[in-house]
Design a protein around this ligand. Structure first.
Ligand SMILES: Cc1cc2nc3c(=O)[nH]c(=O)nc-3n(C[C@H](O)[C@H](O)[C@H](O)COP(=O)(O)OP(=O)(O)OC[C@H]3O[C@@H](n4cnc5c(N)ncnc54)[C@H](O)[C@@H]3O)c2cc1C
Ligand code: HEM
Length: 393
């Protein structure tokens, strides 16, 4: 329990964190990586360069400080962070390191505001937050380790099959080298994958949604090539690997998953955002429920349309499944041309009672969420996944 005084001091320093500009966040990460270079094997250094992750930590701390006397508000956000952390095997011993550099940064950069009294309050508050995370993450690790087919840390998997799905996306079937079972995943969850590309300075960890329903034997991920120069450290490395190559996987994690089998579901994706939807769709179709499933997908054109054949087969095999496709550039195979507008299929949607799942670029997801809200869908029934550091949409 934190004292009233600590709570007040921490709350009064919210603006310090919320307004932490690039100078503060850069200082923190430089300090972290120069004192603890081994952490560069855990952090996504491309996210560091693009600045996307830097603010995530400070924003989370500011939100924590703001709600320090009502932590229930942060439950969902913390669960998401805890899942993400376990997909990279963040351990209790990492917390004092991060906490120390955080306090050190604030002391060095804003010495006037960060008085010994403020420092003391923040040390206490950080210790409490670290404790909450460590406890939650321990429970997730315990689950992944002790359930049938589970494990801890990285486990070696061989790429048993590579399947080109479209111009940009290739699927990889990953089979455990020990030949044993693999833990079941909730449809929508992702794997942490650890590789060391030949020309990379550090090991790299990335998350990839599992793009098939659970089968207890293997996983499938489907990875989009990055076309921008100097990007694509892991995705392009995976594309270059031959069948038979070995990669390290952390157990499935993630809090974006199918919520219900007994309600209609609408699976909405753009581009490679189809991957968690594939797991959800397969799982729903193999369930005996007769609830309607609507699959909405947007991509550039037919060449970039992944899983097209699979979807056509499923639509003819299951009368409760309907599928609508938007090609931005138009062309054969699309129901609509241009950007997705869910209002054109509104009559087919369970606006009053179904669950809506969205995955794609954040701009796309924000537009679709707004369209759904405009059609009267309750925000609590809209779920989404960001393929990078989380952003509210
Ligand atoms: C929960 C989750 C699920 C995911 N599921 C999938 C999935 O199913 N399929 C999939 O393909 N991806 C998925 N991703 C994304 C994936 O984890 C990787 O982020 C993606 O493959 C890119 O990683 P990379 O190493 O190839 O590219 P990186 O080299 O990390 O580059 C990624 C981006 O960072 C930017 N960047 C890189 N270097 C710089 C720089 N110097 N300056 C500025 N910007 C830079 C570029 O814009 C580039 O597009 C998921 C991510 C999350 C968080
Ligand atoms: C209480 C302390 C911490 C808080 C509040 C925190 C918060 C966050 C947040 C908000 C994210 C982004 C989550 C998302 O993508 O949605 C994140 C990701 C991450 N965190 Fe933490 N974190 C903490 C401690 C740690 C520690 C101790 C480590 C280990 C050294 C760590 C390593 C990471 C890494 C590697 C990522 C992924 C970022 C990337 O690679 O781009 N975090 N954390």
């Amino acid at each position: 329990m934190l004292s009233e005084k600590t709570i007040n001091i921490v709350k009064s320093t919210v603006p310090l964190l919320a307004e932490a500009g690039t100078v503060v966040t850069e200082h923190f990460y430089n300090r972290l990586f120069s004192h603890n270079p081994e952490l560069q094997d855990i952090f996504n250094m491309a996210n560091q360069r693009s600045g996307r992750q830097q603010f995530a930590l400070f924003n989370a701390l500011a939100a924590y400080a703001q709600n320090i006397d009502n932590l229930d508000v942060l439950k969902e956000a913390l669960a998401r962070i805890n899942h993400k952390h376990t997909s990279m095997h963040i351990l209790p011993e990492h917390y004092p390191i991060v906490g120390g550099h955080l306090i050190g940064t604030l002391k060095e950069l804003i010495p006037e505001q960060f008085t010994p009294e403020v420092e003391y309050a923040w040390r206490e508050a950080y210790a409490l937050l670290a404790d909450i995370c460590i406890t939650e993450e321990a429970a997730l690790y315990e689950h992944s380790k002790t359930k049938h087919g589970g494990w801890s840390g990285t486990r070696e998997f061989t790429i048993a099959n590579k399947q080109v799905e479209s111009e940009l996306v290739t699927s990889f079937t990953l089979v455990p080298n020990d030949g044993k079972a693999v833990i079941t995943h909730k449809p929508g969850q992702y794997l942490g994958i650890k590789v060391k590309p030949t020309d990379a300075q550090y090991s790299e960890i990335r998350q990839y949604s599992i793009s098939q329903q659970s089968n207890g034997e293997n996983y499938r991920i489907s990875v989009k090539k990055e076309l921008l120069p100097a990007a694509g450290i892991v995705s392009n490395h995976l594309h270059s690997l031959e069948e038979g190559s070995v990669v390290g996987l952390y157990p499935p994690a993630g809090d974006f998953f199918l919520r219900s089998y007994s309600k209609p579901a609408v699976l909405i994706s753009a581009g490679v955002g189809q991957t968690p939807m594939m797991a959800m769709l397969q799982t729903l179709l193999s369930d005996s429920s007769d609830q309607a499933i609507t699959y909405l997908h947007a991509c550039e054109n037919a060449d970039q349309h992944s899983f097209a054949g699979f979807l056509t087969e499923q639509v003819s095999a299951h009368s409760r499944l309907s599928s609508y496709t938007w090609f931005n550039q138009g062309g054969e195979g699309a129901d609509f041309t241009g950007l997705m507008d869910v209002s054109v299929v509104a009559e087919q949607l369970p606006l009053g009672g179904g669950d809506f799942y969205i995955c794609g670029p954040t701009g796309f997801m924000a537009v679709i969420k707004q369209q759904l809200l405009d059609l009267g869908v309750d925000t609590a029934r809209i779920h989404y996944e960001v393929f990078g550091p989380h952003q509210d949409i």
